[in-house]
Ligand binder design. Structure first.
Ligand code: SAH
Ligand code: SF4
Ligand code: F3S
Length: 485
């Protein structure tokens, strides 16, 4: 049986009783925008009496917020659904219901197929329809059918989401732009997220003020092409991302601003200048190039060459010499030769990245590259990926090591595993581990960097240098891994 066992009434009443809210588990895959969307889904459902938990076990409502970018990412969803189905059956046996929803980019791309392949799924909701969740839930509870919300109307979404955001973190994501018009030949995003659309400046500022009032010190502006931002300003005309960033910098308490992901073709002069002028704008830039081969850049429809990328990097470093650069690379794009790959290695050696993500090309249904001839066999692509990742890890270690001996401000975000240890972020986005620092969580303080390791930095309060015996916790590898950004 696939009908949910929870009657509509109980799904929509605030809570069964004050003491037992309904439990909501959201599992998030993919990019930061999905992380943001998951938080907002929790916000929409909170007034209906749903409180989030961190396991599917015992949850009344489970949402998988999915990613379609590579085949592996999409397939994970189906195996997870298999497990959830068993849980749902166990719960049904003891007379309790579990509603299962699939949200995000897989939902958008293959909604019908999900319903067909996994009948335990109660509803499918695309990235622009989260505000419809309460309504979709009622419909699910009443009858089967009509459970797919997958239209592209991002303005409705943002207008309808609650203005109050939950969460207690000192660093937050804020979506300012969605969608993509670039149509890189390998990529599903223009199909799953729709056309580029920017939120109005006033809406972004209002959300940012609310975050600052709640104690958020650092905000990361999100967009698939965030630097193509052109939201309506107070004068009714489109505003650039740079202008938005200047306006955000005026909000008291918002001390750090970041943005991601940028496209090289939209890196405007005013944004580059802002990196030189605005102390709140952090010295970190994720600027994917995908390949160092001009021939492949053309086949990928990236619409720029390697020289343009080099020139851009020069101008950015002129404005902000210490900026940490990051990127994304695809290895094994159709037709990639040894020579093309060598061009990528050469580009990486010239640019010197602080961190970067690299991926094996994954053919995606419906994209032009999937049907290009000369798909590169795994046996050829994999050793290339490993060589690239080794180089990127070496650059990352060198960048981190070079921070040793410096003093800079760190925003402490959370407790570490060691007693009284705190973990924070450097301006360059590395994790900073510091002993006896848990009282500093939520604060931005100057920290002396005793050393830089592969994946993190070890900090000490200035003037309190001491030889710390314990090693920082090994962190999951942020850079150069074959994972979703
Ligand atoms: N908007 C961003 C990136 C979005 S997707 C940009 O334009 O750069 C994040 C990264 O996933 C991409 O930069 C790319 O490196 C990788 N990616 C996208 N499609 C892929 C595919 N089919 N196979 C492998 N990696 C892919
Ligand atoms: Fe995908 Fe980014 Fe290209 Fe858009 S610009 S198609 S999101 S890789
Ligand atoms: Fe994945 Fe969609 Fe983000 S495909 S990377 S979750 S925009």
């Amino acid at each position: 049986m696939t009908d949910t066992l929870v009657p509509a009434q109980s799904l929509l009443s605030p809570a069964d009783d004050a003491g037992s809210p309904k439990r909501l588990f959201i599992k998030t895959y993919g990019c930061q925008m999905n992380v943001y969307d998951s938080e907002r889904m929790a916000d929409v459902l909170r007034p209906l009496g749903y409180a989030t938990t961190d396991t599917a076990e015992g949850a009344d409502f489970v949402i998988l917020n999915t990613c379609h970018i590579r085949e592996k990412a999409a397939e994970k969803v189906y195996s997870e659904l298999g497990k959830l189905r068993e849980m749902k059956e166990d719960r049904a046996a003891s007379g309790r219901g579990m509603t299962i929803a699939v949200a995000g980019c897989v939902a958008q791309a293959e909604g019908e197929e999900i319903m067909r392949r996994q009948p335990a799924v109660d509803l499918v909701v695309g990235p622009q329809a989260y505000h419809q969740l309460p309504e979709l839930l009622t419909r699910t509870a009443r009858a089967r059918g009509e459970r797919i919300g997958a239209d592209f109307a991002p303005n409705d979404k943002f207008d309808a989401l609650p203005t109050q955001r939950g969460g207690t973190s000192v660093a937050a994501f804020l979506t300012v732009q969605e969608g993509c018009d670039k149509f890189c030949t390998f990529c599903v995003v223009p199909y799953t997220r729709g056309a580029e659309w920017s939120r109005p400046v006033a809406a972004v500022l209002a959300e940012a003020r609310e975050l600052a009032a709640r104690g958020v010190r650092e905000v990361t502006l999100l967009g698939q092409n965030v630097n193509a931002y052109d939201g309506e300003g107070a004068d009714g005309k489109p505003s650039s991302l740079a202008r938005l960033v200047y306006a955000l910098a005026d909000i008291p308490g918002l001390d750090r601003i970041r943005y991601t992901t940028s496209h090289p073709n939209d890196m405007s002069d005013d944004l580059i200048a802002a990196h030189g002028e605005l102390p709140q704008l952090m010295p970190y830039l994720h600027l994917p190039v995908q390949t160092g081969s001009d021939r492949l850049l053309r086949l990928m429809n990236r619409k720029h060459g390697r020289q343009k990328y080099f020139d851009l990097i020069d101008r950015i470093r002129e404005a902000r010499p210490d900026i940490a650069l990051s990127g994304d690379f695809i290895v094994g794009f159709p037709g990639e030769t040894d020579r093309d790959f060598e061009d990528t290695m050469d580009l990486v050696r010239r640019v010197r990245y602080a961190s970067a993500f690299s991926f094996l090309y994954s053919p995606r249904p419906g994209t032009p590259a999937a049907t290009m001839g000369a798909q590169v066999p795994d046996a050829v692509a994999r050793p290339r990926l490993h060589a690239l990742q080794a180089l990127l890890l070496e650059q990352q270690a060198a960048f981190n090591a070079a921070q040793g001996g410096k003093t800079f401000e760190v925003l402490f975000e959370k407790k570490g595993r060691e007693r009284r240890q705190a973990i924070g972020r450097s301006p360059y986005l590395q994790s900073v581990h510091m002993e006896d620092a848990d009282h500093l969580i939520g604060q931005i303080v100057p920290v002396f960097i005793a050393s830089g390791e592969q994946n993190s930095l070890t900090g000490q309060l200035p003037g309190h240098h001491h030889q710390s015996g314990s090693r920082p916790q090994a962190e999951s590898r942020r850079a150069a891994s074959d994972r979703t950004p």
